[in-house]
Design a binder for this molecule. Structure first.
Ligand code: GAP
Length: 590
């Protein structure tokens, strides 16, 4: 990973934020190449999620929203990680990320100051590797009591006990950690000139909630009917306890989220007579009206896998991880995490990289819209004409069964929110009756991806070292970023063979300007041509165009206005007409 981090800095992909002031942990800046890479990622996603589809529209919402939104979504009360602090250094860890320690734990009941007799009765313990001298534990314990004002402390009540895989100790010094306690990850601010509790607002920790709260507005203007989706790309902020693995876990990052609204299965059954569930692994094909939530979920998992493959992440670098029932969020019916095998991922017992999350695809039931309906007091139900018509044609037994199933699901939700049983029973019965008139709160499938994690995965995947000939044909090692042309920061580099020949330079600039209208172009005339190729290989530029004397017609008119087109990966060169370049390159980069 160090090689990649240093390449990112050297080539202007990613810099530490505020570096001249010593940096700010968990924040990153994208340099010239990184900014292009991120734009290309977002454009590819936007294109595939909305522009290429009939059933998804876009949204761009504000980062700061009404604080009640975060109460409704559960973020105010439950968006927290358990954290522990080192009692000695105050360093903070996420409780689930503390490396387990085994060895001998030394316990102390307190300490007394040598000269003054001042006493501390605070207990403390230190774990040291079995066989390590006890003096180490005592040294750490003395430091602990010194920090509590006990000078030259005499340790009290020492006893020892073996410990196995304990996460109660700081792996860096063996000192005891605090008890785990929750830490809310939302970043707070104040809106307006007064810093009072009434003016607290949050930087959004996810883009999804804006989609839910704008669901009705968007549906009204977008002329869409369920099933349809709303997608958004934007910044999200989380005060992560332990930002780590370069940009992988940051405090400011971008998300690309789709909320795809579907009919509840009862409505599908009423309209289509039955509900289609997954019929086997793989892509289920074009969406059909009889799909239930499981088929839609499978569809979006497969669509997202195709997206990643399409921008150059091979299928075998990705892992499809189905969350186990005890890992699921309380509202989720199923969640698949798509993992990428980052170099820093943990390995399984066979030594295989297990992967780290790039994206989660969750079937979130009707929880989100229902929550906003409750908290905002505004209906989030839709009226479905098809359902109303189909319902009238159902036999009474089927009507009763579907209505009961829907009512029970609503009752379960309402009871979970703490609604009083009588009120919940009355409301769910009313909602069951609503279904019979074509009304329901849509369910949702949510593919939620991180731009920065994907950028990092693409950088890791692209990095390659191989051999390439220098100007004299001698093989030398090169670093090449094998970005897929679709997301490569720069698509083509244009080189005049020599910079001191005005005719070559003029022609090369003409070629640059011709291509600029279609794609991002780098122009480079400095140094030997081999060096220039190497620079572009390291930047991941997939194509290179060289203007030489043949281009000027010095070997005859048949080669005039032709150039060499070099492929970064195969290093093969072909002679092509300048006029053909845009048409030749355009399909390869789209
Ligand atoms: N709306 C659902 C949601 O936000 P999430 O799993 O918490 O779900 C979705 O986040 C994606 O956002 C993750 O799969 C990851 O790609 C990205 N992400 C989350 N936290 C991140 C962080 N601290 N740094 C970078 N990316 C992050």
């Amino acid at each position: 990973m160090e090689t990649i981090v240093s390449l990112c800095k050297r080539r202007g992909l990613i810099f530490q934020s505020s570096e001249v002031y010593g940096g700010l942990n968990g924040f990153w800046d994208y340099g010239p190449l990184g900014a292009e890479l991120k734009r290309n990622i977002k454009e590819s996603w936007w294109r595939s999620m909305t522009q290429m589809r009939e059933d998804v529209v876009g949204l761009e919402a504000s980062i700061i929203m009404h604080p009640r939104i975060w109460e409704a979504s559960g973020h105010t009360s439950t968006f927290s990680d358990l954290m522990v602090d080192c009692l000695l250094t105050k360093k903070r860890f996420r409780a689930d990320q503390v490396e387990p320690q085994s060895g001998d734990a030394y316990f102390y009941t307190g300490a007394v100051a040598g000269a003054t007799g001042k006493e501390s009765k605070e207990t403390f313990s230190v774990v040291i590797a079995t066989g390590k001298h006890v003096d180490y534990a005592r040294k750490v314990a003395r430091l602990f009591y010194e920090q509590r004002g006990i000078e030259a402390p005499a340790l009290q009540g020492e006893r020892t006990e073996p410990v196995v895989n304990s996460t109660r100790y700081n792996p860096e010094n063996g000192g005891l950690l605090t008890e785990p306690r929750p830490f809310n990850l939302m970043l707070k601010t104040y809106v307006g000139p007064v810093e009072s509790a009434d003016n607290i607002a949050y930087l959004r920790p996810e883009t999804a909630q804006a989609i839910f709260v704008q669901f009705r507005n968007v549906m009204e203007v977008a002329r869409q009917k369920v099933p349809f989706g709303i997608c958004q790309i934007g910044k999200a902020f989380r005060n992560e306890i332990n930002p780590r693995n370069f940009t992988f876990r940051s405090r400011e990052f971008e998300q690309m989220e789709l909320e795809f609204f579907i009919r509840p299965d009862e409505a599908v059954e009423a309209i289509c007579g039955s509900v289609a569930r997954p019929a086997g692994p793989g892509h289920p094909g074009e969406p059909q009206p009889n799909w239930g939530w499981q088929r839609w979920h499978q569809y979006w998992v497969e669509e997202r896998l195709r997206f990643y493959e399409n921008i150059g992440l091979p299928r075998n670098s990705l892992v499809e991880y189905w969350q186990k029932p005890d890992e699921l969020a309380h509202y989720a019916r199923a969640t698949v995490d798509l993992l990428y095998k980052f170099p820093f991922s943990k390995r399984d017992e066979k030594g295989e990289l297990m992967g780290e999350e790039l994206e989660g695809i969750a079937a979130r039931s009707d929880f989100d819209l229902s929550q906003h309906q409750r908290f905002a007091g505004k209906s989030m139900a839709v009226f479905d004409e098809e359902l109303k018509l189909a319902w009238a044609k159902l036999d009474p037994a089927r009507q009763a069964a579907l209505r009961e199933s829907y009512t029970q699901a609503r009752l379960k939700y309402l009871l979970k929110t703490g609604e009083a049983p009588e009120k919940a029973a009355a409301q769910s019965a009313a909602e069951g009756a609503g279904l019979t008139n074509g009304s329901y709160v849509p369910h949702v499938i949510e593919p939620s991806a991180g731009v920065d994690r994907l950028a990092l995965a693409l950088i890791c995947n692209a990095y390659c070292e191989d051999q390439a000939p220098d100007d004299k044909g001698k093989l030398e090692s090169r670093v090449v970023m094998r970005f897929h042309p679709r997301i490569a920061p720069v698509k083509v580099a244009v080189f005049p063979l020599l910079k001191n020949k005005p005719e070559l330079v003029r022609k090369a600039r003409e070629v640059r300007d011709l291509l600029r209208a279609h794609m991002s172009v780098a122009y480079d005339e400095a140094g030997a041509i081999g060096r220039r190729y190497r620079r572009q290989d390291e930047a991941g530029t997939p194509f290179g165009v060289t203007i030489d004397f043949d281009t000027l017609g010095e070997k005859g008119p048949e080669l005039q206005d032709t150039v060499t087109l070099r492929d970064r990966d195969t290093m093969r060169q072909e002679r092509v007409k300048i006029a053909d370049l845009p048409a030749l390159l355009a399909p390869r980069i789209r």
